[in-house]
Ligand binder design. Structure first.
Ligand code: AMP
Ligand code: MG
Length: 421
């Protein structure tokens, strides 16, 4: 007699649509600019005032009246950045000015210092020779030329990088409304697991998934919360799962979702909430289980990740990362897809689409010298072999088919890291 999983097998696309259908952006919060990097804006930001707020010199030099033209002029005052002139420029006079300083009333242009020559004072009056003729408006930034009053400088849904945070500061914002980082509780399960740093007994292995998933959650913009290791006992698992549901909006468990006698996670989650799927047609990661549970008036997302480290990591990227992004307000939460040329032939799986770990780098010789991305396999793709994720920045989406793809074939690839080679 064969034992069949009772769960229907979903495609990856169906599973992802299900997950994203259950994930909603978290309630927005106001945070200081210093805490906003990488977060998504929950509201548009409008400039309350123009930039520059005054006509500002773009050069160190002399504020002039353009029609005066070249010649020797008295320097009747000076204005430096942060100050305002207490005099008015009249025809036949100039004033010393620095970059960013407000042009004095009466001035309509600036001549840069390189086009001038300081002369000796005449009867105590500072003098300068202007060598060049400039047009009205030269080297003066008009009010509002960079940012106009009422202009939308950032739209809701935009993610804040360094430039965007600079823009917020430019318009005087000290705090900003963003979607918060999702809190993610992470539990390892298995009697064989030992915390790194402890001594290991026969039959035991170190828990690699928890350290890895904590790091992956941080990298994906979430806040990891450590739930430790649970033994394969229903009572202990149940208690930790309940604890995790209180702590985070997402709970990740690893292990205990396949078909063994001690794979207790699926039945426990079935009792706790709604199981949306328990099997996906993909390699690795077939037994990935996705459940939602209502707790504290909030819909919690639970991913029962498979135990093998690679299955755990690949399913985390494919399903949990888009979910975390959606919770964090990303309008397009899916992993980014690019095209890559295979550096070597790759075998295909006849029964399941495969997510082959590879390192992408830019190769200028591809596409007749126009350049393209070259995908180098990380080697043996066994789901227990964490080395197959080392240096990988992409998952190649290999179709389910007999045979192999030749070197040079173009495949689609999902980005899981930076292209830094
Ligand atoms: P399971 O799904 O619990 O049967 O686990 C599948 C395989 O993954 C077994 O070889 C486990 O020992 C291994 N495994 C499960 N959890 C972890 C973990 N946290 N770290 C490393 N290996 C694990
Ligand atoms: Mg186990």
């Amino acid at each position: 007699m064969t034992i069949e999983s009772p769960y229907p097998m979903l495609s990856v696309a169906e599973a992802l649509a299900t997950v994203l259908g259950q994930a909603e952006a978290l309630p927005a919060q106001r945070v200081d600019l210093s805490a906003a990097l990488g977060l998504v804006l929950a509201e548009a930001v409008v400039a309350p005032a123009p930039l520059p707020p005054f006509p500002a010199s773009t050069k160190d030099g002399y504020a002039v009246i353009a029609t005066d033209g070249p010649g020797d002029y008295p320097v009747i005052g000076e204005v430096t950045a942060g100050r305002v002139a207490d005099f008015t420029l009249t025809p036949g006079t100039v004033a010393y000015i620095t970059t960013g300083a407000p042009a004095p009333t009466g001035a309509d242009a600036v001549v840069m210092v390189e086009e001038t020559e300081a002369l000796s004072a005449v009867q105590g009056q500072r003098m300068v020779r202007i060598h060049t003729r400039v047009k009205a408006g030269a080297d003066i930034r008009p009010v509002g030329i960079d940012v106009a009053t009422g202009q939308t400088v950032l739209a809701a849904g935009e993610r804040l990088g360094a430039a965007e945070i600079g823009l917020l500061a430019t318009v005087g914002a000290a705090q900003v409304a963003v979607y918060p980082r999702p809190r993610v509780a992470i539990l390892s399960t298995g009697d064989e697991l030992v915390e790194p740093g402890q001594t290991i007994a026969p039959g035991q292995i170190y828990d690699s998934n928890r350290a890895m998933l904590m790091a992956a959650v941080t990298a994906a913009g979430g806040i990891p919360l450590d739930l430790g290791i649970a033994q394969d006992s229903a009572a202990q698992l149940e208690e930790r799962i309940q604890q995790g549901l209180q702590m985070g909006v997402v709970l990740l468990t690893s292990g205990g979702v396949s078909m063994g006698d001690l794979d207790l996670i699926k039945p426990l989650l079935e009792r706790a909430g709604t199981v949306h799927f328990g099997r996906i047609r993909m390699k690795p990661g077939k037994p990935l289980t996705f459940v939602t549970v209502m707790a504290n008036q909030q819909r919690k997302l639970v991913f029962g990740l498979p135990g093998n480290p690679i299955s755990s990591l690949v399913t985390f990227y494919l399903m949990a990362v888009p979910a975390l992004r959606k919770l964090a307000g990303w309008p397009a939460p899916e992993l980014r897809r690019v095209q890559a040329h295979l550096a070597q032939p790759l075998p295909l799986d006849a029964y399941r689409p495969e997510y082959h770990r590879a390192t992408l780098r830019w190769a200028s010789e591809l596409n007749n010298g126009n350049g393209g991305l070259l995908a180098t396999s990380t080697g043996s793709q066994s789901s227990s072999r964490l080395l197959s994720a080392r240096t990988a920045n992409a998952l190649l989406e290999l179709p389910q088919a007999k045979g192999a793809l030749p070197a040079g074939a173009v495949v689609s690839a999902l980005l899981i890291g930076e292209i830094d080679g």
